[in-house]
Write a protein that binds this ligand. Structure first.
Ligand code: ADP
Ligand code: MG
Length: 333
């Protein structure tokens, strides 16, 4: 889900603070979205250059549709020797499937394909076709050896689309840390990673898109050292002849596009990987299960915008929210 990073208000704040702080900013297209990196202080330009290169590299390595990419060859051969980031991403994803009782699952590709989300041409499958694709889903069948060899279960194919951008945020955060950059903000579509404090030693402001309004925000969050990730079905969906919408987030249990009472699900936590995977998972869960899931977690905050118009925020973030579209109801831990 695409989200604007800088509010007019924030842009003004950044501009005024730039007088005393050297900022380096770059924007480019990768991972199927617009990306902006803004870093402050000595080493910012070099760190951004390295970060941009790394994101572009991850963008092709992790894309199952890029010829010769690590994920494509793993999908074709059923196994691959992996190292570094590709292995790290798959290992983390398998753990997050377990954490979400398989609501989030990177072996989703057969279902994604079946419904036509890879080509953009909607196909309504039969119950039998759904069951057949579902039989291939389950990241507990992925074997990861000590040496780094990854072996998929028979016929399995992976698509890291729900976690790749958040994972890239964590990789870039490490690049900044290695280069001594303590203050930076990056936006990768619906993923915003705020590193350290803002350049004027204040929090970063991050706006969450209003699903109903082009340039409006649902609310604005004030954060430091957090990744804020929003998922929803309001921008990426296919439509049938009667105008019914089929969103790109799939419920592995039903094998169908998730029918959620959540319009927009935001997860806030230190890890980009966790925030990204869990924002997708929370969307699929629907509000009741999502609130239980939050109550059983100690590393996340959530913001849910529901189809009945309610805006819910967990207590760890509720006090840091301003400019809300509607009154916020606090979710207690
Ligand atoms: P976006 O990538 O648009 O920011 P998400 O992070 O929510 O949104 O990821 C959605 C993408 O993840 C889908 O386009 C699809 O490729 C994949 N996906 C869909 N459903 C699931 C699921 N239940 N678990 C894991 N990945 C999924
Ligand atoms: Mg996600």
């Amino acid at each position: 889900m695409k989200k604007r990073l800088f509010l007019p208000l924030l842009a003004a704040a950044l501009l005024s603070s730039c007088k005393n702080n050297s900022a380096d900013e770059c924007s480019f297209y990768a991972m199927d979205t617009y990306i902006t990196l803004k870093a402050y202080g000595d080493g910012a330009a070099q760190a951004n250059e390295e970060a941009q290169k790394k994101i572009k590299e991850l963008s092709s390595e992790l894309d199952p549709y890029v010829e010769g990419s690590a994920i494509q060859s793993l999908n074709l051969n059923g196994k691959a020797d992996t190292a570094g980031e590709v292995r790290g991403l798959i290992e983390a994803s398998v753990g997050l499937s377990e954490r979400t009782s398989d609501v989030f699952d990177i072996t989703i590709l057969p279902l994604k394909k079946l419904w036509g989300f890879d080509t953009g041409v909607l196909y309504i499958p039969s119950a039998q076709e759904i069951a057949q694709a579902q039989s291939l889903i389950g990241s507990d069948r992925i074997l990861i050896s000590e040496s780094g060899q990854i072996e998929l279960g028979e016929g399995q194919k992976i698509d890291p689309g729900a976690v790749a951008k958040g994972y890239a945020c964590d990789v870039v955060k490490k690049i900044y840390a290695d280069r001594g950059v303590e203050s930076a903000i990056l936006s990768l579509g619906g993923n915003v990673m705020a590193i350290g404090q803002g350049p004027d030693k204040s929090s970063w402001s991050v706006g969450i898109s209003d699903p109903e309004g082009g340039t409006d925000y649902l609310c604005v969050l004030s954060v430091t050292d957090k990744c804020v990730v929003t998922s929803g079905n309001y921008r990426r969906y296919l439509t049938d002849d009667e105008g019914r919408r089929y969103g790109h987030i799939i419920d592995p249990e039903s094998g169908r596009p998730a029918e959620s009472d959540i319009v927009s699900a935001t997860v806030i936590c230190e890890s980009g990987t966790v925030a990204d995977a869990l924002s997708t998972a929370v969307f699929v869960m629907g509000s009741e299960k999502a609130i239980d899931f939050y109550k059983n977690s100690d590393d996340i905050d959530i913001i849910l915008y529901l189809s009945d118009g309610r805006l819910l925020a967990s207590e760890g973030i509720a006090g840091q929210i301003s400019a809300t579209k509607t009154v916020i109801q606090t979710i207690k831990h």
